[in-house]
Ligand binder design. Structure first.
Ligand SMILES: *[C@@H]1O[C@H](CO)[C@@H](O)[C@H](O)[C@H]1NC(C)=O
Ligand SMILES: *[C@@H]1O[C@H](CO)[C@@H](O)[C@H](O)[C@H]1NC(C)=O
Ligand SMILES: *[C@@H]1O[C@H](CO)[C@@H](O)[C@H](O)[C@H]1NC(C)=O
Length: 375
C-alpha cells in the first residue's frame, strides 16, 4: 500500500491539484460571472437612466428654446428696433434736404454738403448697426439657450440620481435663469450707444473717399458694408464688442427683478454669475468669432438681395449714384428688424451648417455629468 502510494504520490497530488485548482478556477469564474451579471444590470440601469435623462432634457431644452424663440427673441428685437429708431432718427436730415430743394435759398451749398455728408454716414451707420445688432443678438440668445440647456441637463441628471424628477416649470421659472435670459436686453438698454458711435467711427473711416456721385453696384455695396463691419469688429481691443452685448461684471449688474429675501438668493446670484461667465467664455472663443463672421456675411448677402429687389435688380447690378442709394440704405436700417424681415435673416443664419454644428457642439460636448463608477 505504502509502496503504491509512494509510487503514485506524485500522480495523486497532481490530480488533486488539477481538481483543486479547477474548483478554484470555477469559484473565480462564478464570482466573475456574477459580477459581470451585476455589471451588465447596472449598465442597463444606467442606460435606462440615461435614456430618461435624455428624454427629459430634450423636453426641457425644447421648452427653453420655445420660450426663447416665442418670447425672448421678439421682445428683445422689438425693444432694439425702438431704441435704434430713437437713437438714429434721420428724418430731420431728409426733411431739411427736401425743404432745401423746395426753397432753393434756405440752405447754403456748404450746409447742403454737410447735410448730405451726415446723411451718407448715418444711413450706413444705421443699416450696419441694425444688421450687426440683429445678427449678434440672435446668436447671443442661442448661446444663452444652449448654456441653459446644458445646466438643465446637469440638474436633471442630479435629480435623477436622487430618484427625484425635477419639475419642468421648476427649472425654467427660477429667478436666476429668468434674469439670465433677461440679460439679452443689455444691448438695447446699455450697449447700443457705444455700438452706434463705434459704427459711426468705422463708417466715417470707410466712406471717407466715397462721393455722392460715385456709382455703387451690388459688389461695391457689398464690399463697403463688409469693410465697415470688419473695421467695427477690429477697432479696439480683441472681443471689445462682447461689451455691447453683456455687462463686464455680472455681479454688479442688477436687474429690476422680483427679488426675495430668502437664503437661496446667494446661490441664485452665483448661479446667475456662473451662467454669465460661461456665456462670456463662449462669446470670446475663436470658434464663436468664426461663427459671427460667417453669420454676418450671410446676413449681408440676404440684405443685399432685398435691396437689389427694391432698387430694381438691374439698377443695382449696373450701379447707381450713391446719393440715390442712400434713402434705400437708411430705410433698410429701419426695416431690417421688422418681424418678417428679421425672421428671414434669422432663418438664413439657422441654415448655415457651420452655425448649426457650433450650437450642437456647444450643447452636447459640455454634458459632463459624473457617471456612477461601475467597477
Ligand atoms: C461694380 O463696379 C466696380 C467699380 O465700378 C467694377 O469694378 C465691378 O466690375 C462692378 N461689378 C459688377 C458686378 O458689375
Ligand atoms: C429681508 O430680511 C430682513 C432681515 O433678514 C428682514 O428684516 C426683512 O423683513 C426681509 N424683507 C423681506 C421683503 O422679506
Ligand atoms: C421689410 O419689411 C417691409 C414691410 O414690413 C417690406 O416693405 C420690405 O420690403 C422688407 N424688406 C426690406 C429689406 O426692407
Amino acid at each position: 500500500m505504502w509502496d503504491l502510494w509512494r509510487r503514485h504520490k506524485r500522480k495523486v497530488y497532481v490530480t488533486l491539484g488539477v481538481f483543486g485548482s479547477g474548483y478554484l478556477l470555477y469559484r473565480l469564474y462564478d464570482a466573475r460571472r456574477r459580477r459581470l451579471h451585476d455589471l451588465k444590470k447596472q449598465l442597463a440601469d444606467d442606460r435606462e437612466n440615461e435614456e430618461l435623462i435624455k428624454a427629459q432634457v430634450q423636453a426641457h431644452f425644447e421648452s427653453v428654446q420655445r420660450i426663447a424663440d416665442s418670447t425672448t427673441l421678439p421682445h428683445v428685437m422689438n425693444l432694439l428696433d425702438i431704441r435704434l429708431a430713437d437713437n438714429l432718427d434721420l428724418t430731420h436730415f431728409t426733411e431739411r434736404l427736401i425743404q432745401g430743394k423746395g426753397q432753393p435759398n434756405t440752405l447754403t451749398t456748404t450746409e447742403k454738403l454737410e447735410l448730405w455728408d451726415r446723411l451718407k454716414t448715418l444711413s450706413f451707420t444705421k443699416m450696419v448697426s441694425s444688421l450687426w445688432a440683429m445678427t449678434m443678438l440672435s446668436l447671443y440668445i442661442r448661446v444663452q439657450v444652449n448654456i441653459l440647456g446644458r445646466h438643465l441637463y446637469i440638474d436633471t441628471a442630479r435629480g435623477l440620481g436622487s430618484s427625484h424628477l425635477l419639475d419642468e416649470a421648476e427649472l425654467i421659472d427660477r429667478n436666476d435663469e429668468q434674469q439670465f435670459l433677461a440679460c439679452a436686453d443689455y444691448l438695447s438698454n446699455y450697449g447700443l450707444l457705444a455700438l452706434i458711435s463705434n459704427t459711426e467711427v468705422a463708417t466715417t473711416e470707410v466712406l471717407k473717399g466715397k462721393q455722392l456721385k460715385d456709382f455703387f453696384n451690388v459688389s461695391v455695396l457689398h464690399d463697403t458694408i463688409i469693410h465697415i463691419l470688419d473695421t467695427l469688429m477690429s477697432n479696439g481691443s480683441p472681443h471689445h464688442w462682447v461689451g455691447y452685448l453683456m455687462p463686464e461684471d455680472a455681479g454688479v449688474y442688477k436687474f429690476v427683478a422680483p427679488s426675495s429675501n430668502t437664503s437661496s438668493d446667494i446661490s441664485h446670484a452665483t448661479k446667475f454669475e456662473l451662467l454669465m461667465g460661461e456665456t462670456r467664455e463662449v462669446l470670446s472663443s475663436a470658434e464663436f468669432g468664426n461663427i459671427v463672421d460667417i453669420s454676418l456675411r450671410s446676413v449681408v448677402n440676404g440684405v443685399l438681395e432685398d435691396i437689389s429687389l427694391q432698387c430694381g435688380e438691374n439698377n443695382l447690378m449696373s450701379g447707381m449714384p450713391l446719393a440715390k442709394l442712400l434713402p434705400r440704405i437708411a430705410q433698410t436700417g429701419q426695416l431690417l428688424l421688422k418681424e418678417t424681415n428679421r425672421s428671414r435673416y434669422i432663418h438664413i443664419m439657422r441654415s448655415i451648417p457651420e452655425v448649426e454644428l457650433f450650437f450642437t457642439l456647444l450643447y452636447s460636448t459640455s454634458r459632463t455629468i459624473p457617471t456612477p463608477s461601475i467597477v
